[in-house]
Design a protein around this ligand. Structure first.
Ligand code: HEM
Length: 213
C-alpha cells in the first residue's frame, strides 16, 4: 500500500495542538449547551441536547479508532492525538449520561430503573459507559508503564464499546435513516479492519524482511 508522508508538526507545537484538539472537540457540546439555554434547540431542547451529546460521543469514538488504519495504510501518523480523541469521546458520554439522569429523568430512581428495564438499548449504553471508565482512568503514561502489555489488552475494550454504542444508537430508533446506517457502516469497517490487520502487518513484515535480505 502506498505510504504518504505528511509534513510533521514541529515537536514543540505538539502539546499546544493537543490542547487545541480538546478545545475544538468540546466546542460542539458547549455550543449546544449555549443554544439550549437561549432557546435554540427547538421544541424539545433536552432531547435535542441529549442526542447531540450522544452523536458527538460516537463521532469521537470512531475518530479515535481511525488513527491506527490511517497510520498502517496511509503512513499518516496521528497517534499522539488518540488519547485526546478517546477522552473527548468519554467526556461526551459522561455529559450524555448526566443529561439523561438529570434533565431527562429528573434523577428519579424509579423512573431510571423502569427505563433501563423497559428499553434494552439503555442497558447497551450503560455497558458502553462502564467499559469506557477503566479506559479513561488508565489513559495516562503512569498506567501505561505500570500495566505493561496488559494495558494494550485492556484498551482493546474500545472495540466492544463501539459495538454496544452503535447498537444503542440503532435500537433507540424506530426507523433506520441514513445517519445511523452511516455509523453502522463506519463501525463495521473500523472493526473489520482490526480482524484483517494481523494479516496485513505480517505480510508487510515479510516484504520488509525479503527486501533487506
Ligand atoms: C458509549 C456510550 C454511549 C454512546 C456512544 C451513546 C450514543 C448515543 C447516540 C448516538 C444516540 C442517538 C442520538 C440521535 O438519535 O440523534 C443516543 C441516544 C440516547 N442515549 Fe446514548 N450513548 C451512550 C450511552 C448512554 C447511556 C449510558 C445512557 C443512559 C443510561 C444513554 C441514554 C440515551 C438516551 C435516553 C437516548 C435517546 C433515545 C431516544 O430518542 O429516546 N446513552 N445515544
Amino acid at each position: 500500500m502506498a505510504s504518504l508522508t505528511l509534513p510533521a508538526l514541529p515537536a514543540r507545537y505538539k502539546p499546544a495542538s493537543i490542547w487545541l484538539l480538546y478545545i475544538v472537540g468540546l466546542m460542539p457540546g458547549l455550543y449546544a449547551f449555549y443554544l439550549g439555554i437561549f432557546g435554540g434547540l427547538g421544541a424539545d431542547p433536552v432531547r435535542a441536547f441529549e442526542h447531540l451529546l450522544g452523536l458527538w460521543a460516537l463521532r469521537f469514538l470512531c475518530l479515535g479508532l481511525v488513527i491506527t488504519p490511517l497510520r498502517d495504510l496511509f503512513g499518516i501518523n496521528l497517534i499522539g492525538y488518540r488519547r485526546a480523541l478517546g477522552l473527548i469521546a468519554f467526556y461526551y458520554v459522561l455529559a450524555h449520561f448526566t443529561v439523561y439522569l438529570t434533565l431527562d429523568r429528573g434523577l428519579i430512581l424509579s423512573s431510571i430503573a423502569g427505563d433501563i428495564l423497559k428499553r434494552p438499548y439503555i442497558m447497551l449504553g450503560m455497558a458502553g459507559l462502564l467499559m469506557l471508565i477503566p479506559l479513561a482512568l488508565t489513559s495516562n503514561q503512569a498506567s501505561i508503564r505500570r500495566l505493561g502489555p496488559s494495558w494494550n489488552r485492556l484498551h482493546k475494550l474500545v472495540y466492544p464499546v463501539l459495538i454496544v454504542a452503535v447498537l444503542h444508537y440503532v435500537l433507540s430508533l424506530k426507523v433506520i435513516s441514513a445517519e445511523p446506517a452511516f455509523y453502522l457502516a463506519v463501525a463495521t469497517v473500523l472493526l473489520g479492519y482490526r480482524l484483517v490487520r494481523p494479516k496485513i502487518m505480517a505480510r508487510r513484515r515479510a516484504k520488509r524482511a525479503t527486501a533487506r535480505s
